[in-house]
Design a protein. Structure first.
Length: 494
């Protein structure tokens, strides 16, 4: 028997192995009734020649069909479509039907969420320089150290137990080391039971929203700010009220005004290097915010995503370090310490909240990856992470100064900015009527990817001519090239 030409289509660029494409194609035609029960299939050599593949590939396809009971094999007779198949009635094949294609849409209804969720990940142009939102340079990440510890730990005779299910709260060794590390670096006097290991800050915020927020609860956040946090809280049912952020941080007096009129459930703040503006919440506002939380019994979610990177002076300690009432939930991540692709974050809170958050974490992600967590615990214990931070701080400090100098020298008449005390990025304002979207579009055609200014504002009413440009991920030569392109783009549209 020979198949009609085109009955089975092979795509050798597909990630699906060719033998499975053949098997799936035959199954598809059996289901449609094109190939009927007990009908003979072509021999492996004939089909291989028709499809221009190796005979062993066809043999593997037939073996797969036999294993799934779609065919019967008879010695010296050949391969036949199985006689005992589910009822399959022939139907007309639509002209536009793609063979072996997975459906584009479900046959059942899928509700569309009304929340303004962020756009999916967009791959940056491969050949463009990128002024990102403020990420570390992955070329400096201590990956070799992590791999070293991962391999060494994997060779231990007791490692097998870490390949089984473990504590949902995270590795006990890691939580012990973090408790010590946070005490030394952040003044946090916490115990391992106060720490929940998460896959980044975003998971921590999601868990907080699920545990603390009920429908129509009032949540306060800054605008501009980390819009993903607002979206997470809205998903949990909250009504998010946005307050302006100035050079001293979020407007705490406005929080007080809201609390006098409404019951506030949660205030989300980024006191240290606020994202995106890079400002630090003043000491006066910090104390005022803690007092308001005590008075009105709302939770403070403190997002301290890049505490470890500071250049001007010693960093201001977290709100959580001076919280004696249990008002603050402290979240952070190693994604900025090492690399964004290393998904390891943490939540620090009183035990009763950690217990509830751990229960929710178990529902969406049974646990973290124990071997990686154990490797991280060793890196912290050995001082490797502290040494990496010391080295990275020096490099990023130099890059901050280089970018600020280049902006002032080459774009001083077009932009305005304040030198940040730490972090990975500069909050820059365009002058002379320049529009961030127009600059970004022109720069992209010249080889530079830069924000169009729309990622930072939850409420369009707050939209201004600002962009956040990261300096940490580009080396000095790349920074100079990027500024040259930005200058040409600005001149071209001016």
């Amino acid at each position: 028997m020979q198949f009609p030409k085109g009955l089975i289509i092979i795509d050798k660029n597909s990630h699906v192995p060719v033998y499975l494409q053949i098997a799936n194609g035959i199954i598809s035609h059996i289901r449609r009734g094109t190939l009927k029960p007990a009908s003979a299939l072509p021999g492996s050599r004939i089909l291989a020649a028709d499809l221009q593949v190796h005979r062993k590939t066809v043999v593997a396809a037939y073996d797969e069909l036999y294993a799934q009971n779609w065919v019967d094999a008879y010695p010296r007779k050949g391969i036949f479509v199985a006689k005992n198949l589910p009822d399959v009635s022939p139907r007309k094949i639509k002209d536009e039907l793609q063979q072996n294609a997975y459906p584009d849409k479900t046959f059942f209804e899928v509700p569309v969420s009304s929340s303004p969720f962020s756009q999916p990940f967009q791959k940056k142009p491969e050949h463009n320089l990128v002024f990102d939102d403020g990420f570390p340079d992955t070329r400096l990440a201590p990956i070799e150290l992590m791999v070293r510890e991962y391999r060494r730990f994997a060779r231990y005779h007791f490692t097998s137990k870490y390949l089984l299910y473990g504590p949902e709260q995270g590795s006990e060794n890691l939580r012990n080391e973090l408790a010590r590390f946070f005490g030394e670096t952040r003044g946090l006097q916490v115990k391992p039971e106060n720490i929940l290991i998460t896959k980044g800050v975003q998971m921590a915020l999601y868990l907080i929203g699920q545990v603390l927020i009920s429908k129509n609860d009032i949540v306060i956040a800054g605008d501009p700010g980390y819009t993903v946090a607002s979206e997470i809280f809205e998903l949990a049912g909250a009504k998010v009220q946005l307050l302006p952020v100035d050079e001293n941080g979020i407007n705490v007096d406005a929080i007080d005004d809201i609390c006098k009129k409404k019951k506030v459930r949660l205030v989300y703040v980024i006191p240290h290097h606020h994202s995106p503006t890079t400002v630090t919440l003043s000491a006066e506002r910090r104390m005022q915010l803690l007092e308001l939380a005590r008075k009105h019994k709302f939770a403070i979610v403190e997002d301290d995503y890049d505490f470890d990177f500071h250049y001007a002076s010693s960093p201001i300690l977290p709100l959580a370090s001076v919280d004696y009432c249990g008002s603050v939930v402290y979240v952070g991540s190693f994604s900025k310490t090492i690399a964004p692709g290393i998904r390891m974050g943490f939540m620090i809170a009183p035990v009763n909240l950690i217990v509830q958050a751990t229960r929710f974490r178990k529902l969406v992600d049974r646990q973290g990856e124990q071997l990686i967590e154990e490797a991280m615990a060793t890196l912290i214990k050995n001082g490797d992470i502290s040494r990496h931070l010391k080295k990275a701080n020096k490099v990023y400090h130099e890059r901050r100064d280089i970018l600020c100098r280049l902006l002032q020298e080459k774009l001083g008449e077009y932009v305005k900015f304040k030198i940040p005390d730490g972090g990975f990025a500069i909050w820059m304002e365009y002058l002379r009527g320049l529009k961030p979207a127009e600059v970004a579009a022109k720069a992209a055609t010249m080889g530079l990817t830069i924000s169009d200014g729309t990622d930072y504002y939850h409420d369009p009413a707050y939209l201004q001519n600002h962009v956040r440009i990261g300096f940490a991920s580009l080396n000095p030569i790349e920074l100079e090239q990027a500024i040259d392109i930005l200058k040409r783009a600005i001149i071209a549209i001016s």
